[in-house]
Ligand binder design. Structure first.
Ligand code: 3HC
Ligand code: NAI
Length: 719
């Protein structure tokens, strides 16, 4: 195939002499097609980089070749650098050199983007001379989500194509642009409504060659908004410093883009490199990468993978309160039909109003169009008669947190639901096996523990009693994905993964308060660590009465040796339940949402200390966090040790997606690994000298320290 014009004749396949298969070279007329074939997403592993480089050089040297086409096989063009290589010594050729080599190629290089062109993948395309988009293309520089910045020329080339301000915004958002938006932004030359990237690319290559198109290098372009970009970047810098509190890479991104304005291309690249390496070395990169990985690994649950999920189209929710309404909206938004059952006509009217209120809120926020709201509500069927559930595929019970009430509901469901229907409970703490036991089909019963607000929060704990069938677990995982939730498998215990660990660190916070730290100091330390709110703010938001009721219920079974802090009870006895009553740990004058320090609360705390003969001591924010986190990690280790969580990463995912744990820290178990487990254990042992019952070290933690291992070694062993 040496004819000058490209043709659609059968290709000659000259597989590049790079590692087998990852970059396949085909010649069509005078065009060499380099097809990246590295499932699942064509990430730029060393083999791909080497393959690309080798095939490009071959094409350049071949006198019969006039142009090179870069195409991805499968659903992605290239999803970026291979994140599995992060943290390991870099292996030649590095991506930056591959991109530079592509740009330097003497023959026109055309990238055809038909799917995800993200991070390093977009950087490859920006280094090419021409870019063609197909409608499903998604172009983005999401490195910020991993604590990085584009490190293969993206911070220098994107500003030359789309302007420095727009490029910085693209990198700071981490969100991809649609094909249409990318074209409008100047990132590509052309958008074609075609399906086959190779055919579309060959046709365009042919047209370009016919016009005498030559290599055209992004590096040689001026930055189009050079006049105004300095001021725009300064404004972005201030906004970013405010919005991305505690994050390292966003400000580095702005610095790198500024280099594109101020420095010649080569020096700009060198500056980008320095900043990239700083990000690569930052602990935040490790935390964010762990979060990315954990979010996907949680899906790898043996039971969910060994069976085919049951079909779910019609769903029912029992109870239309806070949770029932939120769950119903989540399911409606996923396109399901939803029945809702309440106790009586009045209660179902309230349930319906709750559902409509959430939908109206979504419309007001621009997340839903008024038409979509109507379409969604047309699939919602409220009622009071259980007979309506005869044909539903899956039921989620969200009635009062009372075993008796829930068992009655499950008896009714057992009577009316068709065989094979999945029966789920949203209980927060109750024994799901005891709920299942009142039915004749415990194999169909499972816990689906949503978080409030259920139509927003990402986490879904899937609680699996012993007798639950594997295909019910698979169904729960499939439903979670359909609802765009992050499912985490949990075993049955009091509070499952999240609420059980929460109970432990809330207790640590109570001890800190009684020992001398004020709730305001504790909340501030927790916020500085990266949580949006501290534990006492959360209590005020949720309502202090909820925890009070639980404490009263558990009083009879409490270990008499356990330390019990009564400060919260003293507030509840006064009717101070938090925001809804205008005061709790904080004061909320005139319905204010953010609280003020309450001197009377401090007096009550002092009185409690005196009553117990505790001499208040002071705690630094660091001391506060060491106790708070030690309690979280120790209970997390117990949860893993008992098999309630499959792996430490499941605990991390629960806290990242359900409890506002700062993503850049990777989750509590990852945090512990980064501190070093010997340090965490030494802290726990030191605290145990004051209270050996509460601070009993988890056997798993002791074992890992003795073996010189970390939590992540358990994750890797399970992968
Ligand atoms: N490297 C290695 N593996 C990757 C990967 C990457 N960049 N991106 C995705 N994968 C893997 C996932 O881990 C998953 O593996 P698994 O099947 O074993 O769990 C598999 O590909 C499929 O991924 P998803 O489940 O996420 O599939 P989706 O179809 O939902 O999404 C995607 C595809 C949009 C490409 C999404 O995976 C994604 O956003 N990936 C990350 C993209 C990214 O952040 N790129 C930038 C990397 S940093 C960089 O390029 C630095 C450079 O500037 C030097
Ligand atoms: P809620 O009190 O707001 O709603 C409960 C609803 O159930 C009420 O509308 C009530 O009328 C209805 N109900 C009671 N008995 C019924 C019956 N026999 N048949 C039909 N409907 C009945 O309570 P909320 O907060 O929605 O909690 C519901 C469940 O969800 C509880 O098990 C709770 O532990 C759990 N949960 C709550 C979370 C929260 O943040 N509120 C978070 C996660 C789980």
């Amino acid at each position: 195939m040496t004819s000058a014009a490209p043709s659609n004749a059968a290709p000659s396949t000259a597989a590049a002499a790079a590692p087998a298969g990852v970059v396949v070279a085909e010649t069509h007329g005078g065009v060499r097609v380099l097809r990246i074939d590295h499932p699942p997403v064509n990430a730029l592993s060393q083999a791909v980089r080497a393959g690309l480089l080798h095939a490009l050089e071959q094409a350049e040297q071949d006198p019969a070749i006039q142009a090179v086409l870069l195409v991805g096989k499968g659903k992605a063009f290239i999803a970026g650098a291979d994140i599995r290589e992060f943290g390991k010594p870099p292996q030649a050729p590095v991506l930056r050199d591959v991109c530079n080599r592509i740009e330097a190629c003497a023959k026109p290089v055309i990238a055809v983007l038909h799917g995800a062109a993200l991070g390093g993948g977009l950087e490859v395309a920006l280094a090419a001379h021409y870019r063609l988009l197909l409608p499903q293309a998604k172009l983005g520089l999401p490195e910020v989500n991993l604590g990085l910045l584009p490190g293969a020329g993206g911070t220098q080339r994107a500003p030359r194509l789309m302007g420095a301000k727009a490029a910085a915004e693209l990198m700071l958002s981490g969100k991809p642009l649609s094909a249409q938006a990318a074209l409008a932004a100047g990132l590509a030359d052309r958008l074609e409504a075609a399906d086959d990237p190779v055919a579309a690319g060959l046709a365009w290559a042919s047209a370009l060659l016919a016009q005498g198109a030559a290599a055209r290098r992004t590096r040689d372009l001026p930055v189009p908004d050079a006049d105004t970009a300095q001021a725009a970047l300064q404004a972005l810098e201030q906004e970013t410093a405010r919005k991305t509190r505690g994050l390292f890479s966003p400000l580095k991104i702005i610095e790198a883009v500024r280099a594109a304005l101020q420095l010649p291309f080569e020096q700009g690249l060198a500056r980008e490199r320095e900043l990239f390496l700083e990000c690569m070395d930052s602990p935040q990169r490790q935390g964010l990468l762990h979060a990315f990985w954990a979010e996907r690994e949680v899906l790898k649950v043996p039971q969910a993978r060994e069976a085919a999920p049951r079909r779910v189209e019609r769903l029912a929710v029992i109870g239309g309160g806070t949770m029932g309404a939120g769950i119903a909206v989540a399911a409606l938004q996923a396109g399901l039909h939803v029945h809702m059952i309440e106790r009586d006509a009045q209660a179902i009217a309230r349930g319906q109003a709750n559902v409509e209120k959430i939908c109206d809120g979504q419309v007001a926020k621009g997340r839903l169009t008024p038409q979509a709201r109507d379409e969604l509500l047309a699939r919602y069927v409220p009622g009071t008669d259980y007979q309506a559930l005869a044909e539903v595929d899956l039921v989620i019970e969200a009635v009062f947190e009372d075993l008796q009430v829930k068992q009655d509901v499950f008896r009714a469901l057992d009577r009316v639901c068709k065989p094979g229907a999945v029966l789920a409970t949203n209980t927060s703490y109750l024994d799901i096996a005891a709920i299942a036991a009142v039915t004749a089909r415990p194999q169909d019963v499972i816990g689906l523990h949503f978080f409030s607000p259920a139509h927003i929060m990402k986490l879904l704990e899937i609680v699996v009693p012993e007798r639950t069938a594997a295909d019910v677990v698979a169904t729960a995982f499939a439903l979670a994905q359909r609802l765009k939730k992050i499912p985490v498998r949990a075993g049955v215990c009091d509070g499952f993964i999240g609420n059980r660990i929460l109970a432990a660190y809330k207790q640590a916070a109570d001890y800190l308060m009684e020992d001398g730290a004020s709730p305001y100091e504790i909340d501030a330390a927790v916020r500085d660590f990266g949580f949006a709110m501290g534990p006492f703010q959360v209590i005020d938001l949720a309502g202090g009465d909820i925890g009070w009721a639980t404490r009263k219920r558990r009083a009879a079974t409490r270990d008499p040796r356990a330390r019990y802090v009564e400060i919260a009870d003293r507030l509840c006895e006064r009717g101070w339940f938090g925001q809804k009553t205008g005061r709790g740990f904080y004061l909320y004058p005139d319905g204010a949402r953010s609280g003020q320090v309450d001197p009377q609360v401090l007096e009550i705390i002092d009185a409690e200390r005196q009553r117990k003969g505790i001499a208040a001591r002071s705690f630094t924010p660091e001391e506060i966090m060491r106790r708070y986190m030690a309690a979280m990690v120790n209970e997390g280790a117990k949860v893993v040790q008992e098999g309630i969580a499959l792996r430490p990463l499941d605990v991390d995912a629960v806290f990242l997606f359900g409890y506002g744990f700062p993503r850049w820290r990777g989750g509590p178990m990852k945090w512990a690994d980064m501190q070093g487990l010997p340090q965490v254990l030494a802290d726990i042992q030191a605290f145990a000298r004051q209270d050996p019952l509460f601070w009993q070290p988890a056997a798993l933690l002791e074992q890992l320290v003795a073996q010189g291992r970390d939590f992540d070694s358990l994750n890797r062993a399970a992968a």
